[in-house]
Ligand binder design. Structure first.
Ligand code: NAP
Length: 265
């Protein structure tokens, strides 16, 4: 089995990463930075976003495992003192035992600018925000105009991203087995002149939405942890991607337990 480790860069994560390499060598796993079967992210959920984007071109053949150096996260099942246990399970996997793979929907983005097109994927969410002033954008669903948005911005999240930025915006928490994307507003302006839906919308996998820029504006597009300034946006198409992201579940950790651990306990 070929593996790669990506850590957050802080002292604890770097040390754990070194421990992981040592144990992997002893257990006969092979380090491969280019074509790993399993990518181990050591840090937090934010580190998993980096791991996802590092291997974005190999999403259909790579599976991810997360080790958390703080609290257990949404993408990180393992605590820092559990690396020997994880390694034994990875060794059994390398020797033919098949672990459960959880496949989560991700979002396909097609960003069309006057200066060119960018197609990419996101794990948590895409946002469109203004750098200087109110965002003015037309939201179409399945090629029909839905609303004219004015406000701070729009967030389009995946089910596994629904517990991140989306949740802070009052969006709903969606189980990642549901193939959908969620559109949430960031401080929309609603009065007698301007009107938006006001609640978040959940689109199924066979629907799509297009967000059209409706004035010359300096925008900031975010794709997970990445930010892209854009001043010539035409539109962004968002839909559930054909590909999914795979996480190796060497042991059960139900989504609702994660939600409870993160927000209620
Ligand atoms: P950050 O600002 O350093 O951390 C954002 C926080 O979001 C971290 O606590 C991170 O957990 C947590 N997180 C990431 N993915 C999550 C998920 N799927 N469910 C629940 N919590 C999650 O930024 P970052 O580490 O580079 O992460 C970028 C993410 O930050 C974006 O994708 C966005 O979701 C989130 N964000 C949230 C807000 C907000 O809630 N107001 C605003 C901007 C961005 P760890 O501590 O485990 O890494």
């Amino acid at each position: 089995m070929k593996y790669y480790v990506l850590d957050r860069g802080d002292e604890l994560s770097v040390n754990l990463s070194q421990t992981f390499h040592k144990l992997a060598f002893e257990h006969g796993l092979r380090l491969d930075a280019e074509y790993p079967d399993i990518v181990v992210s050591i840090g937090g959920d934010g580190t998993m976003l980096h791991a996802f984007h590092t291997f974005i071109d190999r999403i259909s053949t790579t599976a991810f495992v997360g080790v958390h150096t703080g609290h257990l996260g949404f993408y990180a099942d393992w605590k820092s003192d559990e690396i020997p246990q994880l390694m034994s399970l990875m060794e059994s996997h390398a020797n033919g035992e098949r672990p459960r793979i959880a496949s989560y929907p991700i979002i396909q983005l097609d960003i069309i600018k006057k200066s060119g097109t960018l197609s990419t994927l996101c794990l948590n969410e895409f946002t469109i925000k203004s750098v200087d002033g109110t965002v003015m954008a037309q939201v179409d669903i399945n090629d029909q105009m839905f609303e004219m948005f004015r406000g701070d911005g729009i967030c389009v999240s995946s089910p596994s991203g629904s517990t991140a930025y989306n949740k802070s915006l009052g969006g709903t928490v969606v189980h990642p087995s549901i193939e959908a994307l969620q559109i949430s507003e960031i401080a929309s302006i609603n009065n007698r002149v301007f009107r938006t839906m006001g609640s978040s919308l959940l689109l199924p996998a066979h629907h799509h939405c297009d967000i059209y820029s409706r004035k010359e504006q300096n925008l900031m597009l975010t794709i997970d942890h990445l930010s892209i300034p854009v001043n010539d946006l035409i539109s962004v198409r968002c839909q559930v991607a054909e590909q999914k992201v795979s996480f190796v579940r060497y042991r059960p950790f139900p989504f609702w337990t994660r939600v409870r651990n993160a927000f209620l306990d």
